[in-house]
Design a protein around this ligand. Structure first.
Ligand code: C2E
Ligand code: MG
Ligand code: MG
Length: 713
């Protein structure tokens, strides 16, 4: 793999370039050598030719001079036919170097002497191929064959030709000389060529060495650092930021690059850590967030699956946390969350060591605790219920926020692995369902998940579907609970309370279905219908029963209806349509509806009240509005919550509070109504403290409209 990369890389390209250059140079050298040897041959040939021409020319000149001289010398001897003298001359000539033959001949071309002692050829005609030209030439004449140079010269006395002399030179010796000279030349040239070859070879070796050194330098100085950077970049790309680029002490650009790259790697790693921290922690509480929890849960489930170990998830949700936000503002809400987180953390830390537990905030007011069983040998279910019980108690203690004491509870849902589910998604869904069931069961408690709970959730979904068309099918009706004046015990009005008679399940408690209607938004269609029917019924009381003139009807309106902003118009329309005097309609709003958005709500309430409709605050005392809020929110009456009324006889604090509410309300000109009067004693004490109106089972249960009419009659 590594080697493969080197074959493709920069280094390979460089080596290829060097090799190519060397090959090219080698080719040039070979060509040069070829040219050199061809030139050597040419030079040798040329010099041999010119040498030949030179030597031959000199031999010819020499031969011509000698033959002319010999011809002169032989004039007299031939004239007198002195064979001895001719022989002496001829032998002298023969003694000359390279002379092969001497022939003295007569006018006809017959040999007279050849330089030998007994002249065996005497009188013979010359028959060799050169004879004819030699005899017939008028002056000195040279001719040659491959082997001899023949120079002839006529011998004359005056104009008379006596004969001639031919001297034959052997050309073999000349040729041998030439050969010797040219082979010496060839040798010299060869030696020079070999020397050149050595030099070129040496040069080539030097070049190869240089190429190798350059490649090595390139490899060390450029390729290796680049390769290291590329490897580091690749590691970073795969998310492994820990791979450091080796520190470089180099002082050049590559060193700068490596250092810059190292710094860049560090900074990416730092950013990655920051982003991870941001992505995995809840900014408000510093706890792990949903994402971190989910990842860690998945991981643990994978480890635990084969190991046969157990795990519990606790889903804790603060009860009515929305009320804190709505009434005290979001800063207070945040403070509550932080304090809750701290309390939970303290308990969880006490409960198990860090690798057995994990705590996360899932956004909003939901906290999730993971508890891994097996450490202490105790059953995880037991551990989880211990922790849940501790948390419920601990989180139920009052919290001080912005100088106020706030009572909040927590509902906890618990689900177990592997009993309830084996996957993270299913476990988290189960935990949610169990937590929801804890809420339904009355809040401030914990519940273990069971399969039956799935059915409960299903039931709720079905209830929403059933409720959707309930009004049109006539399943919804109104009950009226009489309201009495405490001073004289007179019936002064009635509160309209919604009833649902389900075709299969019978009557369903308003506390259950009103919640569903509120959460699903169905209340926005049901609410106006309730208003219309209640007003119609009230008008009937007025017309059917003479004494009904002063009877009012009080209608509950959900926070959602108020928030939509259409309430004042709806009320006005219904009053116009039914003809009910505005003063005979009372609207009951819970504190949360009013105080959630005080400015908006106050404006709406002011509009409502300007038409003459009275506005009452329902369930007063359970929220956080406090008495001081009464000054700012324009209402006509407050309904003291049943929880206070039920305890006025037993708890002096509740009696004091009830008395204070009455006094405060009266000082502001606000009517006080007591709810849930179940005992005579309660009735008496409320009357004694100056409470204006009261309703409750002791005075009158909610009844249907016919029964209520019967009451009037
Ligand atoms: P609420 O407005 O506080 O109504 C008074 C509740 O107290 C009624 O419960 C009534 O039956 C009950 N009650 C009256 N006297 C006594 C008593 O002496 N002892 C006890 N323990 N309870 C008493 P209900 O009818 O179950 O209604 C529950 C809640 O449902 C109501 O509380 C109201 O907030 C809501 N609700 C009822 N009808 C409507 C409606 O038409 N629209 C809206 N938005 N909410 C409604
Ligand atoms: Mg009410
Ligand atoms: Mg009430």
């Amino acid at each position: 793999m590594r080697f493969d990369r080197y074959l493709k890389g920069l280094h390979a390209k460089f080596i290829a370039l060097v090799c190519l250059t060397l090959l090219l140079m080698l080719a040039v050298v070979v060509l040069m050598l070829q040219r050199q040897s061809a030139m050597q041959h040419e030079v040798v040939r040329q010099s041999r030719d010119s040498m030949h021409a030179l030597v031959f020319e000199r031999l010819r000149v020499h031969g011509e001079a000698l033959s002319a001289q010999v011809a002169d010398t032989l004039v007299n001897p031939l004239y007198y036919f002195d064979l001895d003298t001719i022989g002496v001359v001829a032998r002298n000539v023969l003694r000359q170097p390279d002379v092969r033959y001497v022939l003295v001949y007569d006018n006809k071309g017959d040999i007279i002497h050849d330089g030998s002692g007994d002249i065996p050829t005497y009188g013979q005609a010359m028959r060799d191929p050169l004879a004819y030209e030699a005899v017939s030439a008028n002056g000195v004449h040279a001719q040659w064959t491959d082997r001899v140079l023949d120079v002839s010269s006529p011998i004359r006395v005056g104009d008379q030709r006596l004969g001639g002399v031919r001297i034959g030179y052997s050309l073999e010796a000349v040729r041998a000389d030439e050969n010797r000279a040219s082979s010496a030349l060839g040798e010299r040239l060869g030696a020079i060529g070999t020397r050149h070859l050595w030099w070129i070879g040496l040069l080539l070796v030097a070049l190869v060495g240089l190429g190798a050194i350059a490649s090595l330098v390139l490899q060390r100085a450029l390729v290796r650092p680049i390769r290291q950077l590329a490897d580091a970049a690749q590691e970073i790309e795969t998310g492994n930021y820990a791979t450091a680029v080796p520190a470089s002490k180099r002082n050049d650009e590559v060193g700068d690059l490596m250092r810059a790259f190292g710094r860049m790697g560090d900074s990416i790693a730092r950013h990655d850590r920051d982003i991870r921290r941001m992505a995995y922690t809840d900014a408000l509480t510093g706890l792990a967030n949903r994402l971190a929890f989910r990842e860690s849960l998945d991981q643990r489930l994978m480890q635990l699956r084969g190991a046969g170990r157990q795990l519990a998830l606790l889903f804790a949700d603060i009860d009515d946390f929305k009320r804190v936000n709505d009434t005290l503002g979001h800063d207070a809400g945040d403070e509550v969350l932080v304090q809750f987180a701290n309390r939970i953390r303290t308990q969880v830390d006490r409960f198990g060591d860090a690798d057995e537990t994990m705590l996360a905030r899932f956004g909003g007011d939901e906290f999730v605790i993971l508890l891994q069983g097996g450490g202490s040998g105790r059953d995880v279910r037991e551990q989880a219920s211990d922790l849940a019980a501790t948390l419920v108690a601990e989180l139920g203690r009052p919290i001080v926020v912005q100088g106020r004491q706030v009572f909040l509870g927590t509902s906890i849902g618990i689900t177990l692995f592997p009993e309830d589910a084996s996957g993270a998604t299913a476990l988290m869904k189960n935990g949610d369902i169990a937590m929801y069931q804890a809420k339904v069961a009355g809040k401030s408690c914990y519940r273990f998940y069971s399969r039956a709970m799935d059915q409960a959730v299903e039931r709720r979904v079905r209830m929403e579907q059933d409720l959707r068309g309930a009004w049109d099918r006539g399943e919804l009706s109104l009950a009226y609970q009489p309201i009495y004046r405490l001073g004289d015990g007179q019936l002064v009005g009635a509160e309209a309370l919604l009833r649902w008679h389900h075709p299969e399940q019978g009557s369903i408690a308003p506390s259950v279905f009103i919640d569903v209607a509120e959460q699903s938004g169905l209340i926005e269609t049901i609410g106006p219908e309730v208003l219309r029917v209640a007003c119609n019924d009230a008008v009937r009381w007025h017309t059917q029963f003479n004494r009904g003139k002063e009877l009012f009807v009080s209608v509950n309106v959900s926070p959602r209806q108020l928030r939509s902003g259409e309430l004042p118009d709806q009320v006005a329309t219904v009053l116009r349509d039914t003809g009910l005097p505005a003063s005979q309609l009372h609207i009951e709003l819970t504190e949360t509806a009013v105080i959630g958005d005080e400015v908006h709500a106050s404006a709406l309430l002011a509009r409502l009240r300007s038409t003459g409709v009275k506005v009452w605050l329902d369930d007063f005392g359970t929220g956080f509005s406090g008495l001081s809020h009464l000054r700012r929110v324009p209402v006509d009456g407050v309904k003291i919550d049943r929880s206070f009324v039920s305890d006025v006889l037993r708890d002096p604090d509740d009696l004091a509070l009830t008395t204070a509410i009455i006094a405060m309300a009266h000082s502001l000109g606000i009517t006080v109504i007591a709810e849930g009067v179940e005992k005579e004693g309660q009735y008496a004490i409320l009357r004694e403290r100056g409470c204006d109106l009261a309703q409750g089972y002791w005075i009158g249960h909610p009844v249907n409209v016919q029964e209520f009419c019967g009451l009037l009659a």
